[in-house]
Write a protein of this length. Structure first.
Length: 421
């Protein structure tokens, strides 16, 4: 199993380019199931979750071309000869986002059988809200043998109220409603940029959608969708991670090809902590922390608030903040696994329910640590970059799921980071 070794203490200096957003590319790939024509996606990050989604699509009978993904960040999917409507447990358990094929399969083929994902390291993460909403569109749903079995000759548009905001739930329903008969309104919809990016792709495929980016999304179903070409938005969480990396190491990093308007709350919070962020152009940020870092509280909330996917990285930063900060997690019930690993590196963090109290500033020292999920891995990399001595991070396959070439990117900025078996 791959491990990452970091010799900490070097300020990061230089320039880094942000990849396409994993969480926008995943629903976009699922959306290719909505048409028999070819769909070409650009700026797709070459990360494990994308490869897994390619496998899911091939298993369903899609013709996919991911051959030049690493080089061109472009891939092509044709769902003309879909032979199966089942996403098996073996794939769904490795990547929960596979549940995104439910909506497209049900809408285009009238049936879908998708394994229930089960819990994961950050929380129970049920999909009850997806299921309830599909039922509203007229689907008959049974949960049997660990699978969601959904059927509907043709989905019918409906007014849906999500009990709580769900990102992939909103995306799944948008895709299903695009081919449903009549009008669908999604109330209390997720406002994440990835949802808006999916709406852009669906419109390019011929869908009639409005209101994305707000909490009410309206979809007028159409008979069929067609092929399209679409460029995925930059990854806002990778952007935020590099902002934190520049700041925590006391370096100076230029972050290119990003969308600062997609992470306003993160930028604002980092500025509150004393981090200096310049915006030389609409797609470039420059980060430094010449006056050190101050402790500031943060609470994760849905977009446009501070993203839960930046909570772990922010906690790493707060170990270097002067004073005490409280990090409150409101989206997932078990997303503090990184805290105990940081404590093993010398951080002083106390967990009280959904609050982590971070006492700073502490000198971190390198240690052997274990990554428990994608963002936790990123936070341990950040901690390792500022720690004295060697940090060995185990189970970095989590990192590979969502960060493209993170060691290469950090190495190019001067980090002493290596992968070992
Ligand atoms: N929830 C339910 N029932 C549902 C759906 C969600 O109770 O049917 C709960 C969840 O358990 C959670 C909350 O609602 O407590 C929000 O979950 P949401 O459905 O929004 O999360 P998701 O769609 O499964 C996406 C991202 C996550 C990100 C969250 C929150 C993708 C593929 N994944 O997950 O990304 O943390 O939204 O912003 O878009 C990551 O990239 O590391 C990651 C975990």
């Amino acid at each position: 199993m791959d491990k990452i070794l970091i010799k900490g203490g070097k300020p990061l200096l230089g320039s880094v380019e942000i990849s396409g957003a994993k969480n926008a590319a995943l629903p976009a790939l699922a959306a290719t199931l909505l048409t028999g024509d070819a769909v070409v996606l650009q700026n797709v990050p070459c990360v494990r979750d994308i490869q897994t989604t390619g496998q899911v699509l091939r298993d369903l009978g899609c013709d996919t071309d991911f051959r030049t993904l690493a080089l061109t960040h472009s891939c092509r999917v044709s769902a003309q000869n879909v032979t199966s409507c089942e996403a098996p447990y073996e794939l769904v358990k490795t990547m929960r986002a596979s549940v995104l094929v439910l909506g497209p399969l049900l809408a285009r083929f009238g049936k879908a059988r998708v394994s229930l994902p089960g819990g994961c390291a950050i929380g129970a993460r049920p999909i009850d809200l997806h299921i309830k909403a599909f039922e509203k569109l007229g689907a008959e749903i049974a949960i049997e043998h660990g699978y969601v079995e959904a059927r509907a000759p043709r989905l019918k548009g409906a007014e849906i109220f999500f009990d709580r905001i769900t990102v992939t739930g909103t995306e799944n329903l948008m895709m299903a409603a695009a081919l449903a008969e009549g009008h669908t309104v999604l109330n209390n919809a997720a406002r994440e940029p990835e949802v808006a990016d999916l709406a852009d792709l669906l419109r390019a495929m011929g869908a009639q959608i409005s209101g994305e980016g707000s909490s009410v999304i309206r979809i007028q179903g159409v008979e069929r969708l067609h092929g399209a070409q679409h460029t995925i938005i930059p990854d806002r969480i990778e952007t935020g991670t590099f902002l934190a990396a520049g700041a925590i190491t006391g370096g100076e990093v230029e972050i290119r090809a990003c969308r600062p308007d997609h992470l306003c709350a993160v930028i604002e919070k980092l500025e509150e902590t004393g981090v200096v962020i310049e915006r030389p152009s609409p797609s470039i940020l420059k980060v430094s922390a010449p006056h050190g870092i101050k402790a500031r509280n943060v609470t994760t909330v849905e977009h446009p608030g501070f993203a839960t996917d930046m909570q772990a990285q922010y906690m790493a930063l707060m170990t270097q903040g002067e004073g005490t900060s409280i990090v409150t997690e409101t989206i997932f019930e078990n997303r503090f696994m990184h805290a105990s690993e940081m404590v093993r590196m010398g951080a002083s963090i106390k967990i009280e329910g959904n609050r982590a109290i971070v006492f700073g500033k502490t000198q971190l020292t390198g240690a052997k640590v274990i990554a428990s999920d994608l963002r936790a891995s990123a936070s341990l990399v950040l901690a390792g970059l500022v720690a004295q001595g060697d940090t060995l991070i185990d189970r970095v396959y989590h990192l590979d799921r969502g960060y493209e070439g993170i060691e290469e990117k950090l190495k190019a900025l001067g980090a002493d980071i290596h992968r070992s078996q």
